[in-house]
Design a protein around this ligand. Structure first.
Ligand SMILES: Cc1cc2nc3c(=O)[nH]c(=O)nc-3n(C[C@H](O)[C@H](O)[C@H](O)COP(=O)(O)OP(=O)(O)OC[C@H]3O[C@@H](n4cnc5c(N)ncnc54)[C@H](O)[C@@H]3O)c2cc1C
Length: 417
C-alpha cells in the first residue's frame, strides 16, 4: 500500500466513512495550488486528538478548517497532507442566560450561535464577515474583529476559556467557564490569532452581552477622511451608544456608518446628536449607501482580489487613507477609533507592486500592514506578513515547544512559522 493508501486507511479507522473525504472532493480544500491528500471531518474531540496523534507520529502536516472564509490569510503551507474540517463539532454545550456565559464547540457557525443567543436576548462579541459560514474556532484562530469591535472589543476580550488539542494529540484546557477566573497565564490569548499553528481549538467559553432594546443605523458622506474620522472620535468622546462603526469608500466619498443600540430614548437622542455632529463637519446623509465591510474583510482560499490590512495609530488613519486612495483600491473599509483599514483591488492590478507600496506606506506611518488576500493565479510574495515582528524569535521558540514536529499549518504564519 502506498503512502496515500496507508494514510486513508489509518484515517478511516479513526473517523469512519462519514468522517473522511478523499480523491477529487479534497480539491475543495485547496490552498493556493496545494490540495491535501485527505480531508478529516471529526465529530468528537477524541477523533481530533487521534488524527493529530497519527499526524505527529507519521510527520504529516495538518491544516485546520472552519468555514473557509479566511483560508486566504497567510502563506500557503510548506507541507499539506490533511485538511481538518471542524464543522461537525457544532454543538452548543452550555448556555446559562443568568450567568451571561456560554460554551460551544468550535465548529458552530457564528450566525447560528448568535441566533440561538438572541432567543434569550443576548449576543456574543464576535462579528466576522460571512457569519453564516465563519465558525467560532476560525474566527478566534484568525483573530477577526469587525465593526462591532468599537463597542464589544476584540474576540480575545470575550473569550474566557478554551479547550485546545495540541499538535501531539494532548487535549488541554485554558481559562475556565466563569468570568472571574484569570489566575495563571491567559493562554486563550496565545491561541487567539495564532492561525491554527499552535493548537486546534475545539471548544470556547464566552462572556455574553445583552442585546439592545432599540437600534438605529445611520450613514453620512464626507469628502475627506479627516472630517469623517473627527466625527467618529467625537461620537466616541460623547459616549453615544454605538454598537458598530466603520468608514467605507468605493472611489467616491468617505461614508461613515454608525449603528446605535440601547433604550429607545437613548437611541433617539443619539440619532439626533450624531446627525448634528456629522452636519457640523460637512457630512451629508447617505441613506442609500450599502454596507460592504464583509466583502472588504473576506479572504477565501482561492480568490481573485488583492487585499491589504493596515494598522496605524488612530490619529494617523486619515493620512493612511489618503495614501491608500492614491493606489486606487476599488473598496476600502476602515475602523477609525481602532486605526485599522482593509483595502481591496481587482486581480487585474499589479498585485506585487501595489502590495509593496501599501506595506511601505504603513511602515512610513510607523504602523504595520499585511497582505490579507492574494489573487490565486500568481504565487504570493514571501513578505505577506510584512517585516518580521520584534518578537519573532520568541514566537519561533513557542512554536518549537508547542509543535516541535511542525504538524500544524507549517509556514502559514508570521516569520515563516
Ligand atoms: C485571581 C484573580 C482573578 C481575577 N479575575 C478578574 C476578572 O476575571 N475580571 C476582572 O475584571 N478582574 C479580575 N481580577 C482583578 C484584576 O486582575 C485587577 O483588577 C487588575 O489586575 C488590577 O490592575 P492594575 O492596573 O491596578 O494593576 P496593579 O495592581 O498595579 O498590578 C497588578 C500586577 O501587575 C504587575 N504590573 C503592573 N504594572 C505592570 C507593568 N507595567 N509591567 C509589568 N507588570 C506590571 C504588578 O506587579 C502586579 O503584579 C482578578 C484578580 C485576581 C488576583
Amino acid at each position: 500500500m502506498g503512502r496515500t493508501g496507508a494514510l486513508e486507511s489509518a484515517l478511516l479507522d479513526i473517523l469512519g466513512r462519514d468522517g473522511l473525504v478523499t480523491g477529487e472532493a479534497a480539491a475543495a480544500y485547496a490552498i493556493a495550488e496545494m490540495t491535501p491528500i485527505a480531508v478529516a471531518r471529526p465529530s468528537t474531540v477524541e477523533q481530533v486528538a487521534e488524527v493529530l496523534r497519527l499526524a505527529c507520529r507519521e510527520g504529516l502536516a495538518v491544516v485546520p478548517w472552519g468555514g473557509g472564509t479566511m483560508m486566504g490569510l497567510g502563506a500557503p503551507p510548506r507541507r499539506y497532507d490533511v485538511a481538518l474540517d471542524l464543522r461537525r463539532l457544532d454543538r452548543v454545550l452550555e448556555h446559562e442566560p443568568a450567568d451571561l456565559t456560554c460554551t460551544v464547540q468550535s465548529g458552530v457557525a457564528v450566525a447560528a450561535l448568535q441566533s440561538r443567543l438572541a432567543q434569550s436576548g443576548q449576543t456574543v462579541g464576535l462579528d466576522p464577515p460571512l457569519p453564516e459560514h465563519a465558525t467560532v474556532g476560525g474566527t478566534l484562530a484568525a483573530a477577526i474583529a469587525g465593526p462591532r469591535r468599537y463597542a464589544c472589543g476584540h474576540p480575545r476580550d470575550y473569550t474566557i476559556g478554551m479547550r485546545v488539542v495540541l499538535a501531539d494529540g494532548r487535549v488541554t484546557r485554558a481559562g475556565g467557564r466563569v468570568v472571574k477566573n484569570v489566575a495563571g497565564y491567559d493562554l486563550c490569548k496565545l491561541y487567539i490569532g495564532s492561525l491554527g499553528t499552535l493548537g486546534v481549538i475545539v471548544e470556547a467559553t464566552f462572556k455574553l452581552l445583552p442585546l439592545p432594546r432599540a437600534t438605529a443605523s445611520l450613514a453620512f458622506a464626507f469628502a475627506a477622511p479627516q472630517a469623517a474620522c473627527s466625527v467618529s472620535r467625537e461620537v466616541w468622546r460623547r459616549g453615544l451608544p454605538v454598537t458598530a462603526m466603520w468608514l467605507q469608500r468605493e472611489g467616491g466619498p468617505y461614508i461613515l456608518f454608525l449603528e446605535l443600540g440601547g433604550s429607545p430614548g437613548a437611541v433617539a437622542r443619539s440619532v439626533a446628536m450624531a446627525s448634528e455632529l456629522a452636519a457640523a463637519a460637512g457630512g451629508t446623509p447617505a441613506e442609500n449607501a450599502s454596507p460592504r465591510w464583509q466583502e472588504a474583510m473576506a479572504s477565501p482560499a482561492r480568490g481573485d482580489t488583492l487585499a491589504v490590512r493596515l494598522s496605524v495609530l488612530p490619529s494617523r488613519l486619515p493620512e493612511a487613507l489618503e495614501s491608500l486612495a492614491v493606489l486606487g483600491p476599488e473598496l476600502t473599509v476602515a475602523f477609525p477609533t481602532v486605526g485599522s483599514a482593509y483595502a481591496r483591488w481587482p486581480a487585474t492590478v499589479d498585485a506585487r507592486s501595489v502590495a509593496g507600496q501599501a506595506l511601505h506606506m504603513a511602515s512610513a506611518l510607523r504602523g504595520t500592514a499585511i497582505v490579507h488576500a492574494w489573487p490565486s493565479a500568481s504565487p504570493p510574495p514571501a513578505d505577506l506578513w510584512g517585516a518580521a515582528p520584534p518578537a519573532a524569535s520568541i514566537m519561533r521558540r513557542i512554536k518549537e515547544l508547542w509543535d516541535p514536529r511542525a504538524v500544524l499549518s507549517p509556514g502559514r504564519f508570521v516569520a515563516g512559522i
